[in-house]
Write a protein that binds this ligand. Structure first.
Ligand code: SF4
Ligand code: F3S
Length: 105
């Protein structure tokens, strides 16, 4: 599976949902996650993300904690299949470290 990680938080650009062939993104207030049982490992979402927040589960950035979080919240949050307007300050949050502790949802 592919995994959404820290830098999606507060960026939430949503370009990823437009290209996913199986619509396996789920939307929280500040980030999206991927349902690991639905992702078909096509990889097309990776270059679409302006925040470079998506990694294959073979990458060290896709830590067990992020894998678990994607699995947990994909079952709790609503499915999203169309891009919406990103947060007005999305670009300002791109690359800011430590977003999880302050802003995860
Ligand atoms: Fe969707 Fe493919 Fe990205 Fe998985 S790797 S989330 S199937 S676009
Ligand atoms: Fe997040 Fe990147 Fe998608 S910032 S919403 S994973 S395009």
């Amino acid at each position: 599976t592919y995994v959404v990680t820290d830098n999606c938080i507060k960026c939430k650009f949503m370009d990823c949902v437009e290209v996913c062939p199986v619509d396996c993104f789920y939307e929280g207030e500040n980030m999206l996650v991927i349902h690991p049982d639905e992702c078909i490992d096509c990889g097309v979402c990776v270059p679409e993300c302006p925040a470079e927040a998506i990694y294959p589960d073979t990458d060290p950035s896709a830590t067990p904690a992020w894998l678990s979080l994607n699995h947990q919240y994909a079952s709790a949050w609503p499915n999203i299949t169309r891009k919406k307007d990103p947060p007005a300050d999305a670009d300002a949050w791109n690359g800011v470290p430590g977003k999880f502790d302050a802003h995860f949802s």
